[in-house]
Ligand binder design. Structure first.
Ligand code: NAI
Length: 300
């Protein structure tokens, strides 16, 4: 099989000054994509800003003969998101793939978490991914082609202590992914999400340093490059990746239990075991498919 190339394509990677985003940008550029390397250049907590990290990655790409341009815009503002897309269009004439990767942490147990800590984290991960994708969308629609990758997290999919803000944002991205997959279908736009595990500055205090070698970002990037490629037919899906393992993650519904007339709280209590059965399960591709399954179950 031929190598997966991105010649004549333009990719945007947000938060590409460090960690996972940097690895994605390097791989896409090495495969021939012209890359907008976006990074606000602040701390893990999202304070401060610097043009340094994005420029450094652009220098790294150019040194190996790749094509890239830096953007230090903030994904969390409409102006910043628009500027990122405009950089791609003015420098390279188009946008083919958008990798929403920028992120910050403001971890705190739920009791102590302030509304500002909640809002700030959602603003970067969820609203930032919305804003950047929204600014790119007219271009993707007009050309009848696009690939969008959202960066979710096991914390959002499965829950994580001290991360109510982060987990909410990351699960919100799954709803965004699945809805944009539905809306993008007739325009050739495929939208998928990843839930990575990698040793980066963000996880330095969580994943032990001894595991840094085994959990490098470059073991997540191949999934992102595949999802960003025209070969990828998947859409609306979520894949976890870390340490070289790649797995499908699904939102499934069990077979359920039915009592059409006079359902009471006591009925629910008494049928709790059947209600909690997970097999046989369905994995709906949209809310419509879930509703169709409901109708079919009600018809017996
Ligand atoms: P990182 O801190 O190395 O990279 C995040 C980058 O986003 C930083 O370079 C930062 O400057 C940039 N950024 C932050 N706010 C920005 C903004 N408003 N506009 C533009 N750029 C901004 O962390 P890492 O680990 O590489 O994280 C990348 C993504 O992967 C994040 O969305 C993170 O939540 C997600 N993730 C990472 C996991 C891991 O194990 N490393 C696990 C699950 C999710």
């Amino acid at each position: 099989m031929a190598d997966m190339r991105f010649d004549a394509q333009v990719a945007i990677v947000t938060g590409a000054g460090h960690g996972l985003g940097r690895a994605h940008a390097l791989d896409l550029a090495a495969r021939g994509a012209k890359v907008v390397v976006n990074d606000l250049g602040g701390t893990v907590e999202g304070t401060g800003a610097s043009t340094g990290p994005a420029s450094d990655v652009v220098d790294e790409i150019r040194k190996t003969g790749g094509v890239a341009v830096a953007s230090a815009d903030n994904v969390a503002t409409p102006e910043g998101a628009e500027a990122i897309i405009q950089t791609a269009v003015s420098e390279f004439g188009q946008v083919d793939a958008v990798i929403n990767n920028a992120g910050i942490l403001r971890d705190r147990s739920f009791m102590k978490m302030t509304p500002a800590e909640f809002d700030t984290v959602l603003a970067v991960h969820l609203r930032g991914s919305f804003l950047v994708t929204h600014a790119a969308w007219p271009h993707l629609r007009a050309q009848g082609y696009g690939r969008v990758v959202m960066t979710s997290s096991p914390a959002g999919l499965f829950g994580s202590f001290g991360q109510a803000n982060y987990a909410s944002a990351k699960m919100g991205l799954i709803g965004l992914t699945k809805t944009l997959a539905v809306e993008g279908a007739k325009y050739g736009i495929k939208v998928n999400a990843i839930a990575p595990v990698a040793h980066t500055r963000m996880t330095a205090g969580i994943l032990p340093d001894e595991l840094a070698g085994e959990f490098g970002p470059e073991l997540v990037t191949p999934l992102v490059s595949y999802l960003a490629h025209s070969d990828c037919a998947a859409t609306g899906q979520v894949y976890s990746a870390g340490g070289g393992r790649v797995a499908l993650v699904v939102v499934a519904e069990g077979p359920g239990w039915v009592k059409k007339d006079g359902l009471t709280a006591e009925d629910v209590r008494d049928a709790w075991e059947q209600i909690n059965a997970v097999q046989p399960q369905i994995v709906p591709a949209s809310a419509g498919e879930q509703t169709a399954a409901l109708f079919s179950a009600l018809q017996g």
